[in-house]
Design a protein. Structure first.
Ligand SMILES: Cc1cc2nc3c(=O)[nH]c(=O)nc-3n(C[C@H](O)[C@H](O)[C@H](O)COP(=O)(O)OP(=O)(O)OC[C@H]3O[C@@H](n4cnc5c(N)ncnc54)[C@H](O)[C@@H]3O)c2cc1C
Length: 324
């Protein structure tokens, strides 16, 4: 295997959040194990915190700020990333598990003639190939996949990856690239809906209160919100609750929703389907309230209470409110 570089893709506006730290941490370990350079490719107007954070970990931070990268656009970002990769000829390209990266990764692999893998919890180089560890069958089993063609384009569970320790490392060099990118006219943003957001993003939350179909409708979510407020927690939900229109789709946690890694995840009236568990596998402590003793969630939680949520949520909120 001819190893040139490991490239991590970062979205310019994101700040040096836990996801950026995780992607770069995975990239740094891979590059070090190969004795190679780590390049961070930042697309779009670069956030100062992100640039400085990336410099602390990567050997080079490549900033691509052409006008078509002002806002996320799949074709423009894909072309920009492919152009950078064609210049650098990397062996591995690591992306995060945000929706943009999930959209870009397989298309980028196709453009570069490489291999793609998704949802990686570990990426290592062994026997001249990249090996990616990922959950399969809804998280019930783990597979190790060998990527046969280079570059390996992998989106990783960014927040589950340990950040790199930058101590003693000289700051990476910053390279500003003008790609001469022409805006792609085939896809146009015709309207934009910005959802009102309160508090930290779900993926960054330390405490999460999450509700499922067993709540029976949108009203009980207000009770859960009061509990979350008393705890200083963020709200989340199962897909069933989101699909029913009880809460916004952005609350969804799971295989097709957000992957969260809080210190405490409270699953209330959620059965614990494997697709939901995939989104909470990195939670430190899961606490479940469900009236069915055979609910699968009880196999995954540290603390479980077999009870009707209505008997628990109100008193718990009152108790916590008294102590806050
Ligand atoms: C390809 C695919 C992707 C998917 N992606 C996701 C995903 O990203 N996220 C996700 O969540 N799901 C996902 N799903 C759906 C998933 O399979 C389940 O259908 C879903 O998670 C069920 O949601 P739930 O647990 O809220 O509902 P249910 O399975 O209906 O469970 C409700 C639970 O509430 C309990 N309950 C009822 N009343 C009470 C009460 N009064 N007090 C206490 N407990 C009570 C019940 O005992 C039950 O266990 C996906 C499915 C597929 C096929």
């Amino acid at each position: 295997m001819i190893v040139q570089d490991v490239v991590c893709y970062l979205f310019g506006r994101a700040g040096f959040d836990r996801a950026a730290q995780g992607i770069l941490g995975a990239g740094r370990r891979l590059a070090d194990s190969l004795g190679e350079k780590l390049r961070a490719a930042v697309l779009g107007p670069a956030d100062d915190a992100l640039t400085a954070g990336a410099q602390a970990v990567a050997d080079t931070v490549v900033l691509a700020e052409d006008a078509p990268l002002e806002e996320y656009h799949p074709e423009n970002f894909l072309t920009a990333l492919a152009t950078i990769c064609n210049q650098l000829q990397p062996t591995a390209v690591l992306l995060g598990n945000d929706t943009y990266s999930q959209e870009l990764a397989p298309r980028l692999a196709h453009r570069l003639g490489g291999s793609a893998a998704s949802d990686a919890v570990e990426v290592v180089a062994e026997g001249g190939q990249l090996r990616v560890t990922r959950g399969v069958y809804g998280g019930k089993a783990t597979a190790v996949i060998a990527l046969c063609r280079s570059p390996g384009v992998v989106w990783v569970r960014a927040r589950a990856m340990a950040p790199a320790d930058p101590t003693g490392r000289p700051a990476g060099e910053v390279q500003r690239l003008k790609l001469g990118l022409k805006a792609d006219e085939r896809v146009k943003v015709v309207s934009r809906h910005v959802e009102a957001k309160e508090g930290v993003p779900l993926e960054e939350a330390r405490l999460i209160v999450s509700g499922g179909r067993g709540l029976g409708g949108p009203e009980p979510f207000k009770e859960l919100q009061a509990l979350a407020k008393a705890m200083g927690a963020q709200m989340a939900a199962s897909r069933a609750a989101c699909d029913a229109g009880w809460v916004p789709p952005s609350w969804q946690v799971g295989q097709t929703g957000k992957k969260v890694a809080p210190e405490l995840y409270m699953a209330i009236a959620i059965s614990g389907a494997s697709q939901h568990i995939m989104g909470i596998a990195d939670a430190k402590v899961i606490c479940a309230i469900n009236r069915d003793p055979d609910a699968p969630i009880f196999k995954h939680c540290r603390f479980g209470l077999v009870e009707d949520y209505q008997k628990v949520v109100g008193p718990l909120r009152d108790k916590l409110s008294r102590h806050s």
